[in-house]
Design a binder for this molecule. Structure first.
Ligand code: 6PG
Length: 239
């Protein structure tokens, strides 16, 4: 468990990138490579930029990283809503990551259940244990695509499911609690004033919120900016 609150969104991106670099190198030193599941949404864009520019771009051995996803919208890879497309544009392309190191969650958006089974089999190659999972948080307390009152919250065995709840448009694929609880490290990146109240509730381990339920069950790294974290702690001095 670690908590870092940075003065603003840019300092958060830089600080989180530095902390993530350390987690990546720890995994690589221990097991030769790092299997990381990226988060979707908009917050990771700045983080990806910090990772893909100096000094971190040249510090991390990207050849020993395999990139997965914590969730995905059931849309084509070309769709602007695709998390894989966002990562391609902001991280993989700038770093020149070969496609052999990238494992998108949705290849065929017409077959969400089959895609979940395909990804489940992929994860079984390494016992479904990620070295690092990056998560964001929605203002409703969701993480990945574990949204309140959706069936995916109830999964206790599979590591990946299609979450086809009617309120999700587009539908999603998501890692489940078993996958998130099994990961060696889980880091939560939260930015902006609209999340401050929910974040404070989540960090109490309030299991009524999906991320709160995870926080009650395992240690998390919390990487926050002051706008999101001001109800929890004052910004750290170092950035
Ligand atoms: C997604 C994400 C989702 C995201 C949160 C926060 O596919 O959208 O995985 O869980 O992390 O909704 O999104 P923002 O970073 O855009 O606030």
């Amino acid at each position: 468990m670690s908590l870092q609150v940075f003065p603003d969104a840019q300092a958060l991106a830089q600080g989180a990138a530095l902390a993530l670099a350390g987690l990546i190198e720890t995994a690589q030193n221990a097991r030769g490579m790092c299997r990381i599941a990226l988060s979707g949404g908009s917050t990771p864009r700045r983080l990806h930029h910090a990772l893909a520019t100096a000094p971190l771009a040249g510090r991390i051995d990207w050849t020993r990283c395999a990139f997965y996803f914590g969730d995905e919208r059931v849309v084509p890879l070309s769709d602007e809503r695709s998390n894989a497309r966002m990562a391609q544009e902001t991280l993989f392309q700038p770093l020149g990551i070969p496609t052999a190191q990238i494992f998108p969650m949705v290849l065929d958006p017409t077959q969400p259940e089959a895609e979940a089974q395909r990804y489940e089999a992929l994860l079984q190659r390494f016992d479904g244990v990620f070295d690092i999972v990056l998560l964001g948080m929605g203002s409703d307390g969701h993480c990945a695509s574990l949204f309140p009152d959706t069936p995916a919250l109830l999964e206790t065995h599979r590591r990946v499911v299609a979450n086809l709840a009617p309120q999700l448009d587009p539908p999603r694929l998501t890692l489940t609690y078993p996958a998130l609880e099994a990961a060696r490290e889980v880091a939560v990146l939260v930015s902006g004033p609209d999340k401050a109240a929910t974040l404070a509730q989540v960090m109490t381990g309030d299991s009524r919120l999906p991320l709160g339920r995870l926080a009650a069950r395992r240690p998390l790294h919390w990487w926050l900016d002051a706008e999101a974290g001001h109800l929890i702690a004052t910004p750290t001095t170092e950035t």
